[in-house]
Design a protein around this ligand. Structure first.
Ligand code: ADP
Ligand code: MG
Length: 321
């Protein structure tokens, strides 16, 4: 099967490639054309997943399809953007029809869930790697950036932390767990739900936001640095799922929540007066700390003692000169 037949069969024919609002021209020409509403900014983000680095080669292609789009789409949610479309740069070692069909089905499912249209891409031969670029729009001046947190703001998250880190040994096959524990954790790892509703509700409300991909401590550090203040996190306030606690115990679960990556849950700062209004929407909001004068991130125990660890989230190329 040639490149063009592959594109036509697995991607141009997918439900998510039919176009939608804002897609003036989709797959098949030299460029896709996207229409952004008047007064909006275009939000763009790219993520690459490399086999053997970001996922094991021998994994379920349907799950990989979901995950490869979800991790990119989460960045749009974190900016408060409305989803528009995405492109897929796919590098595969060979044409494996079953693998491609399942990968495309997983991708299509997540695209439907997110409201994202597949508008183009590139298809090449080589070691398996997936690059997804997502596009969204956000009213000019209302995007949620990492800058803008104020001293006195509450530090909040949009859901349980650490599930994906807890799932990782299950994904890699280095540990096993009863299905009641493994299933929800693996679901979170393979198909995280980008928090679009929460991100859009935070427009004009949150003073800073991002999605947690490198671990809570590391990502809180990004907001602290960009906003020029210190974020205090109360250890006993971290939201932890029952499945994670069953797998790792309370201490292990907290460790996973603090330093594990891949949560794709929103982390944001909020002026205290806006909390009750946001809680009334029914969207998931958990206060885990606050912004104070200073710099960096401080972890506090139940008594308010500073117990900040030195280990931070995962960083590619860490330790190279
Ligand atoms: P060009 O040579 O103009 O860059 P290509 O021959 O690479 O275009 O691709 C043909 C069309 O198919 C383009 O519209 C491109 O965006 C689309 N396309 C290529 N690969 C993919 C893919 N994996 N998924 C979706 N669309 C793709
Ligand atoms: Mg061209």
């Amino acid at each position: 099967m040639g490149e063009f037949e592959l594109i036509a069969r697995f991607f141009a024919a997918a439900r998510c490639a039919r176009g939608g609002e804002g897609v003036a021209l989709g797959i098949g020409d030299d460029c896709a054309l996207l229409d952004v509403p008047a007064g909006a900014s275009l939000a763009v983000s790219t993520d690459t997943l490399v086999a053997g680095v970001h996922f094991p080669l021998a994994c379920d292609p349907h799950a990989l399809g979901q995950r490869s789009l979800a991790v990119a789409a989460s960045d749009l949610a974190a900016m408060g953007a409305t989803p528009l479309g995405f492109t897929l740069a796919l590098t595969v070692p060979e044409v494996d029809v079953d693998w491609l069909a399942q990968y495309a089905a997983g991708l299509d499912q997540m695209a439907g869930q997110c409201g994202l249209s597949l508008v183009g891409g590139d298809t090449t031969r080589g070691p398996l790697s997936l690059t997804v670029t997502v596009f969204g729009h956000v009213p000019r001046g209302q995007a949620l950036t990492r800058q803008g947190a104020q001293v006195g703001d509450l530090l909040c998250v949009g859901g349980d932390l650490g599930n994906a880190a807890g799932a990782l040994p299950l994904v890699l096959g280095t540990c096993e767990a009863p299905s009641g524990v493994a299933k929800p954790l693996l679901a979170h790892y393979w198909a995280p739900s980008p928090q679009f509703a929460l991100g859009q509700a935070l427009r004009g409300q949150a003073s800073a936001a991002l999605d947690i991909s490198d671990g809570l401590l590391a990502d809180a550090g990004h907001i602290a640095k960009a906003s020029g203040l210190c974020l205090e996190i109360n250890l006993e306030r971290l939201p932890l799922s029952d499945a994670l606690k069953a797998l790792l115990g309370q201490e292990g679960a907290r460790q996973a929540a603090l330093t594990g990556g891949d949560d794709y849950v929103l982390l944001f700062t909020l002026p205290p007066a806006r909390l009750s209004c946001l809680e009334k929407t029914g969207l998931p909001v958990q206060v885990i700390g606050r912004a104070v004068a200073g710099q960096g991130v401080r972890l506090l125990d139940a008594q308010g003692h500073d117990i900040t660890p030195t280990q931070r989230g995962y960083q590619h190329f860490r330790g190279t000169p």
